[in-house]
Structure formats: structure tokens, C-alpha cells
Design a protein around this ligand. Structure first.
Ligand code: WT7
Length: 630
């Protein structure tokens, strides 16, 4: 396939990718290794919805991530692991060594009874073993369900029970800055209500003294000693499930978004190489956690599919000080750096002194992901971190899309601050109005949909295909609806404006208002609540909760603390509301619907232009709320 080195290359490739999508993706897929090639490139129907790519093929994604590279790149570094504490030793893992670890751990899984199709929960810190665990699952055909190691016990058990995992892989604990995180304790708590879990394998990361439950818990290292390093990858069909990853939506509990083996492989591999314009000598570093889709696609699968060398980091950007990211960049001579706007904004707030004494000369490409990046942060990233010569790739995508769908491609020179710019090859975005009609032309704004399938798209919600259809394919029949608003400017370039549903993006973490409300409503004094987002300087959006209590509250501060703690325990620390206001009632329409638009405006500090309030059951409620703003 033609490589994309200039903007006109891009235009040519893009044109072909939409006029002959099957030819384009077949050529892209030909660069991977196949046990058996496909018979048919694509079958699709966005109404049912059903999508199959590369029917008839046989493959294993880990064979493409590992075995395939051994002859040429066996001694090349796959991972340079940087510990939380810079005084501790760095670990360097070659492709040959990673292959060996994955084969051994695959044998551990088999020895513990794992069969193709089993679901396995992974609750791990940012250590190479997290990657080994994921790849070993994929190698034996088990479906990994990684839960970010910042989620609470309840979130873990909800996810395990939803997908019926029979094993969990975790670690004793991890350090984030100077904070100790006792992962095993949280897992023990979760497993009290998880009857399907038969095995818990524990990686000794910190050497802390932890409890091991006989018959259920075993140590990673002792399991690894019992097996050999020979394992032939399981033969997988293209649409066999690869992983489940839970994500939040407007309503209900988080959904188990399911991705399958083949299309995901083809597009994450292609997109990693293309978006970052990755060259084999370069060192890549993505600061995401493997617990989010960014970690799945651009720490685990994308880089390994390209035999890339990457830095994996256990810690946080502000430990020992706010210069840590830049120290790590210099220490390992990172060429491509990929992070989230929230991290950029928080480091910007610490001041330029933390990067003025750094070299940063190795940097060539800077990526941004997870939320819209404001112009101030974009310029700081470009001018101060990138020293005005690095390409910025503002990559727009979602857990459901599997890989980057819109971005300026590195090195093509066509970019604007805050713009995801143009679609990746093979991606066909459309903007639609309220009625679902396509908005054509430039200088327009609408809801962002995708009108043609792409290989790495999610295939279903685990155990609930109807919910999948309803959530993504029913709002605008025949189109995949992203949930995002988007502008197309006069030149035809795209700018994501943010969610148009009740999903709030807090520091790049996707939070459903309903989930937080459910947690708050569990407080014994609370009868009802409504959570909305408000602009936050560092987090992008913060959470503002309006609560109604049925008992007189004498100590408001105590109530606020208890509510925050409750959300902390039910979901995780990142979902704690920033502001909590006690209200007499919520603004509701006569049909009982909460008018969130009004609550959002009040939370933003807007008190005059609240729009039409005449449909409210009791307009006086609004005045009350305004007078008690936090
Ligand atoms: C939502 C998806 C993609 C991996 C991390 C987040 C927002 C994501 C951008 C961007 C503006 C962005 C969207 C999207 N988003 N990237 N570059 N510019 N907004 O994955 O948790 O599934 O969240 O994040 O609103 O719908 P996610």
C-alpha cells in the first residue's frame, strides 16, 4: 500500500479508501500474517447491526504482535519500563523476551483450565505483566476484560458479574506518586460477590505482605515456574471476541463494549503506523493506562503490531515533581509522545520552569487524546514541549471505534489548534441535523455519525446486542452515532465540540451522569439527584451534583463528604463530584423530565440566559437553585 508522507498522498489514499473500501482494507490487511487468508472482505448491515470483516480468515493477533517479529526484531526492545520512583531500576524487555513471557503465561492460563471464549478480568498496575496478561489471553483465545486499576471494588465486581469472568489477574499493589494502592485488597473485597471467579493470579509487583486465599489465589511467579515457554497460538476466526472494555453512556450501567480479533488488529496496526508516522528506529510513549482503550490500542496492540519500541510508565506526571514527563522523555529519548489534554493543562498550571531545563530534543510528534484540547493548551504543548517544531496530532476516537478515526496525520503539515482535522483512510464521517438528515457543505455544525463500517468498530455490547443497536444505530437509522457534536469549517476540516448526550468527560475519563446519580441516591438522606458537567480549568469538565434530601440537614459539609466518599466507593475516585448543592426540588417538565439544560447553565455560573422555562412544572424552583449556587 502507498505510504502517506504528504498531504496529497493522504488525499489520494483517502479517495481510494472510500471509493473502493474493500480493496483498500484488503491491501492493508495483506501486510499482516495470516494462518489462512480471507474469502470475503466485508459484510455489513447497520440496522441489525451486523458487521463482519475478512470472513473465512484464520489468525492470532499475538502471532502478529510477537512471533512474526522474532527473526528480524527478536533482540529489539519492545518495552522500556520506567518505574514510579526514578531511583528504582528501569526494566528493558526485548521482543524475544516478551514472546517468551506471553507463551509461558498462555501455558499458565491453560494449566488453570482456561478455554477459548472464557472471560478473564485483568486489574493490573502499569507494569509489563499487564501487557503479558492481555496478550496471553488473546493467544489462548480467552476474552480479556481489563478494569482500570483506579476503579472501586464494586465496579470490579459489577464488571466481572456482567461478563461472567472465571479468573482475575491482579498484583499486590502499585505506587502512584507517594500513594500506595493496595490492589489485592480491593480485589478481595470485590470477589466476595463474584461466584464465577475460580482463580486469582497475583503478580508480585511491590513485595507487600498480602493475604492469599487458599484454593483461589496463586502467585504469578510460581505459576510461571511450573510451565515451559512453548506455546502455539490458538487459531482464531476474524469475528471471535478479543476483548471487552466497559464504558459509560447516558443511561444505565456501563456497557461491555466488545471488540473482535481481526478487524481490530488490522486497523489498530495500520492506524498506529499512519497517525504517528511511526518509523522503526523511533521510541514511542503513550501515557495512558492499559485500563482504557487508548492503552489497549496504543500501548499494547498498535505498537507491538508494528514492532515498535515504547516506554511504559508506572507513575504519575507530578512525581517526584511536575517535570517528570520531560525527565522521562530525555532519559529514554522519546520521539513520539502521546498524552491527554488534562495532563497538559495540569502541567501548564505548574509553570514553565519544569521544562525549561530539559532538552526535549528527541521529540518529533506530540499526540493528544481523550477530550477536546483548548487552544491555550495546544499552543503550550506545541511551543513549550515541542519547541515549535513538533507535529501535533489531535486524535479523535472512542472506546467503540477501537482506533483513531479522525486526526491530522503526523508530518503532513496540515493542522489547526483544537481540530481533529480530517478522517483517517477508510473512515466516512457525516454531520447530521436533529432530524437525522445529512448536512452537506462547509461551515456547518451537527451531530457526528459514521456512515460506513470500519474494521476496528465494536461489534456488540456483551450479552445485550439490543442495547448496542439502540445506543449507536437507532438515533439515526443507517448511521453509527458517536454521541459527539462536531463542526466542519469553511475549509472542510473537523472540530469536535464535545458530547451531546449525558456523558461527561472529566480529565478524559468518560462518566455517565446516571451512574453517579445512582451512587449518590444510595445515601440514606438523598431522595433524588441530578448530575451535570461544568467547565473546569484542569479537568476539562467537572461534576456538579444537585441533591434533594428528605431529612433536615444540619451539617452540609458532612453530607457533601459522605456523598463524595460514596461515589468514590461505588465507582472510583475520579468520579467524585466537585460541587454538591442541596436543593428543594429539581426543574422538571410537566411530564417529569429533568431539564438538564437549565442545571448545566446554572452550574456554569450563568444566571440570566436560562432560555425557555415556561414548560417547567414549577418555575420558582429555578430561582431557588440560583440563589444557592455553590
Ligand atoms: C469520547 C470517547 C479515544 C480514547 C480515549 C477516550 C472524547 C476523545 C477526543 C479528541 C475531542 C475527544 C469524545 C469521544 N474525545 N478524543 N481528540 N477531541 N474529543 O475514549 O472514553 O471512549 O471517550 O472522548 O467525546 O466521544 P472514550
Amino acid at each position: 500500500m502507498k505510504s502517506i508522507e504528504t498531504y496529497s498522498d493522504y488525499l489520494e489514499v483517502y479517495q481510494k479508501s472510500v471509493s473502493q473500501p474493500e480493496v483498500f482494507w484488503a491491501e492493508t490487511a495483506a501486510e499482516f500474517s495470516w494462518i489462512k487468508p480471507w474469502d470475503k472482505v466485508l459484510d455489513w448491515n447497520f440496522n441489525t447491526p451486523e458487521v463482519s470483516w475478512f470472513t473465512g480468515a484464520e489468525l492470532n493477533i499475538t502471532q502478529n504482535c510477537l512471533d512474526r517479529h522474532l527473526s528480524e526484531y527478536g533482540e529489539k526492545l519492545a518495552v522500556i519500563w520506567e518505574p514510579n520512583d526514578p531511583a528504582e531500576p528501569v526494566r528493558k524487555i526485548t521482543y524475544a523476551r516478551l514472546h517468551e513471557l506471553v507463551c509461558r503465561f498462555a501455558n499458565v492460563l491453560v494449566a488453570n483450565g482456561t478455554k477459548k471464549g472464557d472471560r478473564i478480568c485483568i486489574y493490573m498496575p502499569m507494569v509489563p505483566e499487564a501487557m503479558v496478561a492481555m496478550l496471553a489471553c488473546a493467544r489462548v483465545g480467552a476474552v480479556h476484560s481489563v478494569v482500570f486499576a483506579g476503579f472501586s471494588a464494586q465496579s470490579i465486581s459489577d464488571r466481572i458479574n456482567d461478563s461472567g469472568c472465571n479468573m482475575i489477574i491482579t498484583a499486590d499493589g502499585t505506587m502512584r506518586g507517594d500513594k500506595k494502592i493496595n490492589l489485592k485488597e480491593i480485589v478481595d473485597d470485590a470477589l466476595q460477590v463474584c461466584p464465577t471467579i475460580k482463580h486469582c493470579i497475583v503478580f508480585k509487583n511491590r513485595g507487600w505482605n498480602i493475604e492469599m486465599k487458599a484454593g483461589r489465589d496463586t502467585w504469578w511467579h510460581s505459576e510461571m515456574h511450573k510451565v515451559n515457554a512453548v506455546h502455539t497460538a490458538e487459531v482464531m476466526k476474524p469475528e471471535d471476541p478479543l476483548f471487552i472494555l466497559y464504558t459509560s453512556g447516558s443511561t444505565g450501567k456501563p456497557k461491555g463494549v466488545l471488540h473482535t480479533c481481526c478487524g481490530y488488529m488490522v486497523q489498530t496496526g495500520f492506524s498506529f503506523k499512519t497517525v504517528f508516522n511511526y518509523k522503526p528506529h523511533q521510541i514511542f510513549w503513550c501515557t495512558a493506562d492499559v485500563g482504557w482503550v487508548t492503552g489497549h490500542s496504543y500501548i499494547v496492540y498498535g505498537p507491538l503490531l508494528n514492532a515498535a519500541t515504547q516506554v511504559m510508565f508506572e507513575g504519575i506526571p507530578t512525581f517526584p515533581d511536575a517535570g517528570r514527563f520531560w525527565d522521562v522523555v530525555d532519559k529514554h529519548e522519546v520521539n513520539i509522545f502521546y498524552t491527554a489534554p488534562t495532563a497538559i493543562r495540569s502541567l501548564m498550571a505548574y509553570g514553565d520552569k519544569y521544562l525549561e531545563d530539559k532538552k526535549l530534543t528527541s521529540l518529533e510528534v506530540l499526540g493528544s487524546v481523550g477530550e477536546p484540547i483548548n487552544e491555550e493548551a495546544w499552543y503550550w504543548y506545541h511551543d513549550k514541549v515541542g519547541r515549535e517544531h513538533c507535529a501535533i496530532v489531535d486524535t479523535w476516537w472512542q472506546t467503540e471505534t477501537g482506533s483513531v478515526l479522525m486526526t491530522p496525520i503526523a508530518g503532513l503539515g496540515v493542522a489547526k489548534p483544537g481540530y481533529a482535522m480530517y478522517p483517517m483512510p477508510g473512515v466516512q464521517p457525516v454531520l447530521v441535523n436533529e432530524k437525522g438528515e445529512e448536512i452537506t457543505g462547509n461551515g456547518v455544525e451537527g451531530n457526528l455519525c459514521i456512515k460506513f463500517p470500519w474494521p476496528s468498530m465494536a461489534r456488540t455490547v456483551f450479552g445485550d446486542h439490543e442495547r448496542f443497536r439502540q445506543t449507536y444505530f437507532s438515533t439515526y437509522p443507517g448511521l453509527y452515532f458517536t454521541g459527539d457534536g462536531c463542526k466542519r469549517d469553511e475549509e472542510g476540516f473537523y472540530r469536535i465540540t464535545g458530547r451531546v448526550d449525558d456523558v461527561i468527560n472529566v480529565s478524559g475519563h468518560r462518566i455517565g451522569t446516571g451512574e453517579v446519580e445512582d451512587a449518590i441516591n444510595d445515601h440514606e438522606c438523598v431522595v433524588e439527584s441530578a448530575v451535570v458537567g461544568f467547565p473546569h480549568d484542569i479537568k476539562g469538565q467537572g461534576l456538579y451534583a444537585y441533591v434533594i434530601c428528605d431529612k433536615p440537614i444540619t451539617d452540609l459539609v458532612k453530607l457533601q463528604q459522605e456523598i463524595k466518599q460514596l461515589v468514590n466507593d461505588r465507582i472510583g475516585p475520579f468520579a467524585r463530584p466537585d460541587k454538591i448543592q442541596l436543593v428543594r426540588a429539581l426543574p422538571k417538565t410537566r411530564s417529569g423530565k429533568i431539564m438538564r439544560r437549565i442545571l448545566r447553565k446554572i452550574a456554569e455560573g450563568e444566571t440570566s440566559n436560562l432560555g425557555d422555562t415556561t414548560t417547567l412544572l414549577d418555575p420558582a424552583v429555578v430561582e431557588d437553585i440560583k440563589s444557592g449556587v455553590q
